[in-house]
Ligand binder design. Structure first.
Ligand code: SF4
Length: 718
C-alpha cells in the first residue's frame, strides 16, 4: 500500500525542483471568487509565457476556469492603462492626456486639501470593493491611508454581509463544513448558487460525489447548469427560501426525524424554533414558495434519511429582505438532523474566522475618531447627491467599477458628471467608471505584484509571487498608497511598510490554525493548508462547540439585540458607533409585495463574467454582447413577447433595453438579466439602472433581488 503522506512529500519536492528549473512562479487568482485558484506562471526573458492551474493544489487540481485561463491576454492587452492620465474634455467624453506620476499625486493632494478646507475631510470618499481579494492589495489596502486623513468611511455591504452575520448569529464565525469534505456526503444541497459558474472547482468535487452515489438537490428559481444535474430541483419564489427551510424543518420535527441527542447536547432554543417552524406546514409553505407540498416533503424526508448532508448556500440567497432569515433557517437543518456528526455533513458558509487575518493591523481603525461619517458604497448614487448635508467633493475609486456594480446607474452617472466632484480612478483597464474620472491611475495585474491570498471557498493560504515587472508605469495598490502617504507627508510607519512587512503583519502567525504554516513553506510550495484537520476525516462540530456566546448552535440567537453584528469587517474595521437594529431572535418571514403587472427582477452572475470583470475580454467583445432578459414562456405569451424581441424593462428608477430569451428555465413572475456587462459594450444602460436597495435588517446587506420591473415589447431584434 502506498504511503500517502510520503507520496505527498515527494510530490511537493518534485514540484519545487521543477519550479526552480523552469522559472515558474506561484500565483494565486485575485478575483472575487471563492475558489481562489493556485496558478503556476512560467516566465521567459522577463515575460509571462504561460499560466496553468497548480496540479498539486487539492482544490484547483490543475485547471482554471474559462475566464482566467486566458489571463495573459489580459495582462498584455492593448487596452491596459499604463500611465496616469488627466481628463481634458467634458466628463464622459473619454478625452484624457498623459501626465507624470508626480503631477497626478500633486493634483490629488491639492484637490483633497481644497475639499478639506471647504467641506471638511469627510467630503473625501474612498470607494473600493473586491476587485482584488489579496490581503495586501485587496479590501484593506487603502483603509489605513483614508482612515488617517479623516476621509469618510466606506461601508462595504455588497456581498455576504447579510449571510455571514446571519450565519454568525446561529453558528458563530466557524468555517463549518470543509468544501473538500463534500466528497464524503450522501446528499448535497446547493441553495441559491450556480456552482458551475461561480465556484467551478467546488462544482467538480460535488459532481464527483454525485458520480460516487451522492444525491443532489438544488434550490434556485432558475434552472441553472448545476440545477440541470440535480436529482431534485426546487424552485421557490425569490425571497421565500426562509419559508421553504422552516417548512422542511417543521416536517422533520413533526415526523420525529430530529436527532434529539445531538439537539439536546449541542443546541439551544429548539422548542422555540419548533414553534416558529410550525407556522409553515407544507401546504402553507407551498402556497408562499410555489414549491409543491410533495417536493417539500420529498426533500425533507431525504435530508433526514441520508443524514450525511452537506449544504452550500450562495450569495444570491441573501439579496432580499428575508435573506438573513433564510440563512439562519437553512443553517438549522444540519443541527436538527445531527449532520455534523459525520465527515461530509454540515453546512459551508464564508469561513470568516478560519483565516486569522489581522484586519485591524491592515486597516488601522485607531486613526478614526468616534462619529466619523460612514457611507454605504452600494448606494453611491445617493451619497453623491449634492442635496445631502455633507457633499462628497472627492471620490477615490480603486478595486471597483461602481457604474456597473452600484445601485441606480442613471442617477450615479448624472452625479458623477457634476463639475464640483473630483474623481480619481485607479484601474487596470479603461472601464465605464473611467469615463467619468478626472484622473486615472494605472494599476498592476496580479502577475506584477506580491500578495498573500486567503480564500472564502477552501482552507489554503497562498502566496502570490511577483512574476514580471509592472507594465508601463502601473503600480500595485500598496505602492499607490505608499506614494500618496509620502505626498501627504504622513509619517506613521504603518503607511510606509514594504510588501514583505505587510505580509508579516497581515496574519496572526501564532494562531492554532497557522500551525505548520510559514512564509518559507508558502514561498517553497505556493500554498499551505491551514491546521484545521484533514478533509477526509474532519467533523468540526461533532461535539457542538460552536463559537457562539453559548458555545452551542443557537436556534434562538443570543446576538439578536446586536442585530447579529459579531463580524465587524465591512466598514474599514471601524465599528465603534455603527448602529444596528435589534432583530427577531428566530428566523421570520416578511412577505414582499409585487405590484400588479410587475415582475421580480434577478440579476445573477454571468458564466463568462466576474462581477464587472472580463466584459472587455476578446471573447465577450467579439461575441457581440447582448443584454438578454430571461422570461418564462407563459409570462411571455401573456405579454405577447416573442423569442428575440427587443424589450423595454423599466421601473421608477430607470430603464434598460434587453432582448427576450423566452424559456422555461425561469419560474413565472420572475425575470433575470445577467449582471456585469459594460455600458460601453452593450451601448446602453445595464441591469443596475433598475436597482435601488434598502439595507437588509441583518448586516445592512443589499436587497437587489426584491427589485420589481415592468416590461414593454418594443420591436423585433435584428
Ligand atoms: S475566477 Fe475563480 S475559478 Fe476562475 S481562476 Fe479565479 S479563482 Fe479559479
Amino acid at each position: 500500500m502506498v504511503d500517502i503522506r510520503l507520496g505527498d512529500i515527494v510530490l511537493e519536492y518534485l514540484t519545487l525542483v521543477n519550479v526552480m528549473k523552469a522559472n515558474i512562479f506561484f500565483s494565486a487568482c485575485q478575483h472575487d471568487c471563492s475558489d481562489n485558484c493556485a496558478i503556476l506562471t512560467q516566465i521567459e526573458s522577463g515575460k509571462a509565457v504561460s499560466i496553468q492551474g497548480n496540479p498539486n493544489h487539492a482544490f484547483t487540481r490543475g485547471t482554471l476556469c474559462g475566464k482566467v485561463s486566458n489571463y495573459l491576454e489580459r495582462v498584455y492587452s492593448e487596452d491596459r492603462i499604463l500611465y496616469p492620465m488627466i481628463r481634458v474634455g467634458k466628463k464622459g467624453s473619454s478625452s484624457f492626456n498623459r501626465v507624470t506620476w508626480d503631477e497626478a499625486l500633486n493634483l490629488i493632494r491639492d484637490k483633497f486639501a481644497e475639499a478639506i478646507e471647504k467641506d471638511g475631510s469627510e467630503s473625501i470618499l474612498p470607494y473600493s470593493y473586491l476587485g482584488h481579494q489579496g490581503l495586501l492589495n485587496g479590501l484593506h489596502c487603502g483603509d489605513r491611508f483614508f482612515n488617517k486623513i479623516g476621509a469618510a468611511i466606506g461601508e462595504r455591504t455588497f456581498c455576504n454581509s447579510t449571510a455571514s452575520k446571519a450565519f454568525g448569529m446561529v453558528a458563530g464565525p466557524t468555517g463549518g463544513l470543509d468544501p473538500e469534505s463534500f466528497k464524503h456526503s450522501k446528499l448535497i444541497v446547493i441553495w441559491g448558487m450556480n456552482l458551475l459558474s461561480t465556484s467551478v472547482h467546488h462544482g467538480r468535487i460535488v459532481l464527483d460525489a454525485v458520480r460516487n452515489g451522492a444525491k443532489l438537490v438544488v434550490v434556485d428559481p432558475i434552472r441553472t447548469a448545476i440545477a440541470k444535474k440535480a436529482d431534485i430541483h426546487l424552485r421557490p419564489r425569490p425571497g421565500t427560501d426562509v419559508v421553504l427551510a422552516l417548512s422542511i424543518a417543521n416536517f422533520i420535527i413533526q415526523n420525529g426525524l430530529t436527532d434529539r441527542d445531538y439537539v439536546d447536547s449541542n443546541t439551544i432554543g429548539f422548542s422555540n424554533f419548533s414553534e416558529r417552524a410550525k407556522s409553515f406546514e407544507t401546504s402553507i409553505a407551498s402556497e408562499i414558495t410555489g414549491v409543491s407540498t410533495s417536493d417539500i416533503e420529498r426533500v425533507a424526508s431525504l435530508i433526514s434519511e441520508e443524514r450525511i448532508v452537506a449544504i452550500r448556500t450562495g450569495v444570491a440567497l441573501e439579496r432580499n429582505a428575508n435573506g438573513g432569515d433564510a440563512i439562519r433557517s437553512i443553517a438549522a437543518l444540519p443541527a436538527l438532523i445531527g449532520a455534523w456528526r459525520y465527515t461530509g455533513g454540515g453546512i459551508f458558509q464564508h469561513p470568516q474566522g478560519t483565516f486569522p487575518i489581522n484586519r485591524e493591523k491592515l486597516a488601522c481603525p485607531e486613526f478614526v475618531e468616534t462619529g466619523r461619517r460612514a457611507v454605504n458604497l452600494f448606494n453611491l448614487a445617493e451619497a453623491l447627491d449634492q442635496s445631502t448635508n455633507t457633499p462628497v467633493s472627492c471620490l477615490f475609486v480603486y478595486n471597483a467599477n461602481p457604474i456597473i456594480t452600484s445601485a441606480d446607474q442613471t442617477k450615479l452617472i448624472a452625479n458623477l458628471c457634476k463639475d464640483n466632484l473630483f474623481t480619481t480612478v485607479s484601474e487596470v483597464f479603461y472601464t465605464d467608471t473611467c469615463d467619468f474620472a478626472d484622473l486615472i491611475l494605472p494599476a498592476t495585474s496580479q502577475l506584477e505584484q506580491d500578495d498573500l491570498m486567503y480564500s472564502w471557498g477552501h482552507f489554503n493560504l497562498q502566496m502570490n509571487q511577483k512574476a514580471i515587472e509592472p507594465l508601463g508605469e502601473a503600480v500595485s495598490n500598496t505602492e499607490l498608497f505608499r506614494r500618496l502617504s509620502r505626498k501627504f507627508n504622513l509619517d506613521d510607519a504603518i503607511l510606509h511598510k514594504t510588501d514583505a512587512e505587510l505580509i508579516a503583519n497581515s496574519l496572526n502567525w501564532e494562531h492554532l490554525n497557522m500551525q505548520g504554516v510559514s512564509l518559507e513553506k508558502l514561498h517553497a510550495q505556493g500554498h499551505v493548508r491551514l491546521n484545521v484537520g484533514d478533509p477526509d476525516q474532519r467533523k468540526p462540530h461533532v461535539n457542538g462547540i460552536f463559537p457562539t456566546p453559548s458555545g452551542k448552535f443557537e436556534f434562538v440567537s443570543s446576538l439578536s439585540k446586536l442585530g447579529g453584528q459579531m463580524l465587524p469587517v465591512f466598514r474599514q474595521c471601524v465599528t465603534d458607533d455603527a448602529v444596528y437594529d435589534e432583530v427577531d431572535p428566530l428566523p421570520s418571514y416578511t412577505p414582499i409585495e409585487t405590484p400588479p403587472g410587475a415582475f421580480t427582477l434577478l440579476s445573477p452572475k454571468h458564466h463568462k463574467l466576474l462581477n464587472s470583470g472580463y466584459a472587455n475580454s476578446k471573447a465577450m467583445k467579439t461575441s457581440k454582447s447582448i443584454q438578454k432578459l430571461l422570461i418564462n414562456s407563459s409570462d411571455a405569451k401573456k405579454l405577447g413577447i416573442e423569442q428575440g424581441q427587443r424589450l423595454r424593462v423599466f421601473n421608477s428608477v430607470g430603464e434598460v433595453t434587453a432582448v427576450a430569451h423566452v424559456t422555461s428555465d425561469i419560474i413565472r413572475g420572475v425575470v433575470a438579466i445577467y449582471h456585469g456587462f459594460w455600458r460601453s459594450h452593450i451601448g446602453g444602460s445595464t441591469v443596475n439602472a433598475l436597482v435601488i436597495s434598502s439595507p437588509s435588517k441583518i448586516g445592512k446587506g443589499i436587497t437587489v433581488n426584491d427589485t420589481k420591473v415592468w416590461i414593454d415589447p418594443i420591436g423585433l431584434s435584428n
